[in-house]
Ligand binder design. Structure first.
Ligand code: ADP
Length: 328
């Protein structure tokens, strides 16, 4: 059976981008057709300035939202990365096959390091090595497919390179995985800055729709989305990024396709209105289920405990094999 692995970082409140680009497919498709693991990758949240109590709170919230979005612990494994030591263990072994140069070429590293420096902060070494830990997350489970948004494509490519290199040098140890991306909304953009992605780690902003936003807040954010001075609704990602983003969000929420939807609308106002309602409807069951789950924290705790146990059992043989293969 196909093995699927993916994760989500508890660096902020989860967004519509996380949901449409990743979580929705995990719940609707991946968990049914494969042997899937979904992980709250809390070690990755330590790569930038963080408040320990907030990371713990956000980890729990992310796990609860994964379940609220429809992941079923009877069908898949849901767990927290730091509960399974094999990730950090394998990460070190992979650091011994990765190079300094390839780490420094990662686009996300360059962007985030530059941002830290602009703020006058220092860049943590873990920010540089983050993609190696991500490779360990994936390779530890013999993963075939990694369903992610577009922004993670380069990191999955690196994971493939490391797996191939390790296998060539030390004998076949890892399955070489591949990334899969959703058909639409693989990159949801910020509603106020449609040239940048809607990222949860950014500061709270009017351009980011959070999964737990109240319906009226969602409506307000979508209605105030930046478009352009044109009037005609056309789907053009380069020339009309704001409108294209709305069309993609609407398509992802309503099941249509963005080009066809562009022909349906005569004004930005009606496009925004329908997009806002479609987003509210898509998020409604997630918010409702989240509320239910929050009333029973023992349940979430139990799911995570069992998930970690199962994940440990799956990762250990591969990580032990890598350990032996590299000479330990
Ligand atoms: P973030 O960038 O919000 O911190 P993560 O690194 O935790 O997100 O990513 C979790 C998943 O959500 C990944 O599969 C990532 O590709 C996807 N994702 C994040 N932001 C977006 C977005 N704006 N559009 C589409 N997918 C996204």
């Amino acid at each position: 059976m196909t093995r699927v692995f993916s994760g989500i970082k508890p660096t902020g409140h989860l967004t519509l981008g996380n949901y449409l680009g990743a979580m929705r497919q995990w719940a609707a498709a991946d968990q049914h057709r494969s042997d899937a693991l979904f992980c709250v990758v809390d070690l990755h949240a330590l790569t930038v300035d963080h408040d320990p109590a907030r990371v713990r709170r956000l980890s729990r919230q992310a796990a609860t939202l994964l379940l609220a979005s429809g992941l079923d612990p009877e069908l898949c494994t849901v767990f927290v990365q730091s509960h399974v030591d094999e990730h950090a263990r394998l990460s070190y072994l992979l650091e011994c096959v990765a190079t300094d140069g390839e780490m420094r070429r990662m686009i996300q590293y360059k962007e985030k390091a530059a941002r830290e420096q602009r703020r006058g902060g220092s860049v943590r070494l873990s920010l540089l090595t983050y993609p190696v830990l991500m490779a360990a997350d994936i390779l530890a489970y013999g993963t075939d497919e990694v369903p992610v948004g577009d922004d993670q494509a380069q990191h999955v490519e690196l994971t493939r390179d490391l797996a191939v290199r390790f296998n060539q040098r030390y004998g076949h140890t890892f399955v070489v995985p591949r990334a899969t991306h959703p058909r639409v909304a693989a990159r949801v953009m910020n509603l106020q800055e449609p040239m940048s992605k809607m990222g949860k780690s950014d500061d709270v902003g009017p351009g980011i729709v959070y999964l737990l936003d109240e319906p009226d807040v969602v409506r307000k954010k979508v209605m105030r989305a930046v478009t352009d001075s044109g009037r005609e609704v056309v789907y053009d990602r380069e020339a009309r990024p704001g409108v294209a983003n709305l069309l993609e969000i609407l398509a992802a929420c309503s099941g249509g396709n963005p080009e066809a939807l562009a022909d349906v609308y005569e004004s930005y106002g009606s496009l925004k209105k329908d997009t806002a309602e479609a987003v509210v409807e898509v998020l409604r069951p997630v918010r409702e289920k989240h509320k239910e789950l929050c009333a029973d924290p023992g349940y979430v705790e139990g799911v995570l405990r069992e998930g970690a146990e199962r994940a440990r059992g799956m990762a250990r043989p591969t990580v032990d094999a890598a350990h032996r293969a590299i000479g330990l």
